[in-house]
Design a protein around this ligand. Structure first.
Ligand code: NAI
Length: 462
């Protein structure tokens, strides 16, 4: 039985450990903190728990739209945080049980490579020998080199998730996924929010029409957003931080209680010793091939530490791939249909190519769109903003990319991921009967619209 050592127990490492054990390997999992990594403890799950609390608060305040009078609605921030912690604790506990059921040995400590088949636990000095190693050490928030970045009150998402009280105001540097999710959850909890994004659009990698759509909705809600703007410095003034930034319209300043830096994450290789055992790296990330193999035989790397998508579900897929190869099966990673999700409200989800990428790659394309305002169920739940946009090639009608801005976008995208994976055409989706009344009808209608055949859309003028 092969002995596989997994370094890091996040959404890359723990599925790798479980899959290796399922396939008959003896597995040791080294984790310095809690099982579940960033995703479960400082990322996906706690932020979604807070977003849900913010939305519930808003729903209670706006229940009058449904003819329900709620008086005296208030938010108790410590209780909101308590619930978030409870959700995390339950998931981490459950994960511990699953890992134990597969007889995976969990060693608490920081793993440091001493050779291609051995890892030392930094805190105890114990050396663990195995046949193969899977590196899954994740990522850490990036800080930018500007004056004032080290001031107290300038935080990253790691600290933002453990605030003891809500600030009155916050400036968020970075209009990416983390920046926008925090912007909205804090705004819904009545914090004054300003977002400063360096590039011309928020969510710079997403389809421009969708990103601009979200930008407009967030501004309408009352969030201040500056794009094309660069933060110059942060200075302390009493209890406040004064953030100076340049915009296209000239210099600006905002005095705020907290500054959240959300400008991306970088591979985490501190203490790992990867370069010392000859593992090839580039700009801090470990290089791997499509089997997740590094250049050192029997050493694999997966998840945020290899760069690329930096998404929990991608790390999981890579972990499963590495585990299969490590036990002697043959697997290759397939990034064809990676869903990208942003949990604002309305949500954003996309898969495949954006309109710009599709045009660059295919020249001619066809587009079908359907707005949620035309979907009965969206009206029922009072969430009609946004649309579904489907991009196809002109030859076969194959679906190349889909973007959704709207209710339950992050769940709707699964159907389209499968479609892209199976090289389905827009007609495959259009001719699949979707239940009525559901939000998913929007997808069918957008597919029908590729040929101008959406039912709940007025005739288009030629
Ligand atoms: P990001 O790469 O999504 O966004 C960072 C943003 O900051 C970009 O828009 C970038 O242009 C901007 N930026 C960079 N330097 C700047 C500067 N000096 N001034 C102003 N703006 C600047 O990174 P983010 O949001 O920190 O997230 C990190 C990783 O975590 C990403 O890979 C993301 O996909 C992942 N993540 C995924 C989530 C999800 O799937 N829902 C939720 C949260 C994070």
């Amino acid at each position: 039985m092969a002995h596989i050592i997994v370094v890091g127990g996040g959404p890359g490492g723990y599925p790798a450990a479980i899959r290796a054990a399922q396939l008959g390997a003896q597995v040791t999992l080294i984790e310095k903190s809690e099982l579940g990594g960033t995703c479960l403890n400082r990322g996906c799950i706690p932020t979604k728990a807070l977003l849900q609390a913010a939305k519930t608060y808003e729903n209670a305040k706006e229940a009058k739209n449904f003819g329900i009078n709620c008086q005296g609605v208030s938010l108790e921030f410590p209780k909101v945080m308590e619930r978030k912690d409870k959700v995390v604790k339950q998931l981490v506990g459950g994960l511990g049980g699953i890992v134990k059921s597969y007889a995976i040995k969990v060693v608490k400590g920081t793993g440091s490579l001493t050779g291609p088949k051995s890892v030392k636990v930094v805190e105890t000095g114990e050396e663990i020998k195995g046949d193969k190693i899977i590196i899954a050490t994740g990522s850490v928030p990036v800080k930018i080199p500007i004056e004032g970045i080290e001031l107290p009150g300038v935080i990253t998402s790691d600290e933002a998730l453990f605030l003891e009280k809500l600030p009155k105001s916050i400036l968020i540097i970075g209009g990416g996924v983390i920046g926008l999710e925090f912007a909205q959850l804090l705004h819904k909890m009545e914090v004054k929010v300003t977002v400063v994004e360096m590039l011309p659009q928020i969510l710079p990698l997403e389809d421009t029409e969708i990103a601009m759509g979200l930008d407009a909705l967030l501004k309408k809600e009352g969030i201040e957003i500056f794009t094309d703007s660069t933060v110059k410095k942060i200075t302390a003034k009493g209890n406040e931080k004064v953030v100076s930034f340049d915009t296209k319209q000239g210099p600006q300043e905002r005095a705020v209680e907290l500054v959240l830096v959300a400008v991306g994450r970088a591979p985490h290789t501190k203490d790992l010793n990867a370069d010392k055992i000859g593992i090839k790296m580039e700009k801090g990330r470990i290089l791997v091939n499509e089997k997740m193999e590094t250049n050192v035989p029997d050493v694999y790397a997966i998840g945020d530490v290899i760069g690329g998508y930096m998404l929990a579900h991608v790390a999981t897929a890579e972990g499963e791939c590495a585990a299969q190869n490590a036990v002697g099966k043959s697997a290759k990673i397939n990034y064809r249909s990676v869903p990208r999700c942003v949990y604002t409200s309305p949500e954003v989800a996309s898969v495949g190519l954006s309109e710009k990428e599709a045009k660059e790659k295919y020249g001619q394309i066809k587009i079908g769109k359907f707005p949620f305002v035309g979907v009965g169920k969206a009206l029922v739940i009072n969430e009609t903003a946004g649309m579904v946009k489907i991009i196809t090639d002109t030859k076969y009608g194959e679906i190349l990319g889909v973007m959704i801005l709207g209710p339950h976008a992050t769940d709707l995208i699964a159907e389209l991921g499968l479609a892209i994976q199976m090289e389905a055409t827009f007609e495959d989706i259009a001719h699949t009967i979707h239940a009525h009344p559901t939000i998913s009808e929007s997808v069918m209608e957008a597919a029908l619209d590729v040929d101008g055949l959406a039912i709940h859309m007025p005739r288009k003028r030629k």
